[in-house]
Design a protein around this ligand. Sequence first.
Ligand code: GLY
Length: 379
Amino acid sequence: MSNDGIKRRDFIKQSAAGLSVPILAGETTVTPVATQGIRPLVISSSNRNRTPTGDVFEGGIACVTRAMEIIKAGGDTLDAVVAGVKIVEDDPRDDSVGYGGLPNEECDVELDASVMHGPSRRAGAVASLRYIKNPASVAKLVLERTDHLLLVGEGALRFALKHGFKKEDLLTEPSRKAWLAWRESLNPRDGWGPSPLRTGGEQERKTSSAGLSREEIALNEWIAEKLRHRQTGTINCLALNAAGDISGVTTTSGLAWKIPGRVGDSPIIGSGLYVDNEVGAAGSTGRGEECIYINGSHTIVENMRRGMSPADAAMDAIKRISHRYGDNRTELANFNINFYAINKRGEHGGASLWKGGTYAIHDGREAKIVDCAWLYEKK
Ligand code: GLY
């Protein structure tokens, strides 16, 4: 049978039927991966949050569970991943994403997100979006309803409002209190303070906890943790369905206490997210500037195209970041970064700069947390 004249749309259908011969698609010769017998797969960053009330919110498990429900019901992979992360955007217990995300240095919450749909090869993104708690859904509308790719700031807000999104205050009481503690801890000679956390020290905090309720102690501990590590949370979610179609999303409130207008990797296609329907997908969480420098997610997908496994492809990206610092662990200890990847065969992997990274997976049977490979261990 001649394959001349087969359109990419047809190619995708044939690919899903499990063909394993090169097919001419338009002007590009591609070698489809056999997809027969593929099980659907969803992975996401684990987003295991210790909350201001002291309990734990498993954002990643909630995300992959929702996305898999939609895929099993026959939904599109992009609808699935956006619905998955929406649970985390809506829930203030995750303070790195959507409602309740930690604010910028002026106490305004600014959100970034991107989406990419493998079958249509299209992407959409928003950056520095204020007052709208679901930036991933707005990014999806940029993909669906415009011929643009990235909207920022005031323009992104107006676009969202015109599409019926509601303007909301995204600051919660815990995130406002964390911002205040951060602001008051900055400079002993400015007008802000005093903060109960200003002098720090575990012993002092314990002493000052005397007479506080369990809730107040949990909140103080949560705030102290937010001041110890400058947060670069984020959730990334990638999905593959049984037909071999792939989509991804990354959504974040970005670096805590950032300068207004700072944009990380999450809304940058190729950095915080990349999908190629014929190869696989990758995304990242952690220090966005480092990911942008090496174009992390695109690098990983290209590694997989050349035959690397998802875990090896992700670890190669981590090593490129380490290399920028001459592999100097003292400098690298100032941040962390994680990559997550899936390929078209349904294999997955994750890699972190520092030991301890995890991600959530749903293989159609169960949702669980698995470990990322890691380059360095903190002693
Ligand atoms: N990875 C999220 C950020 O750096 O903004």
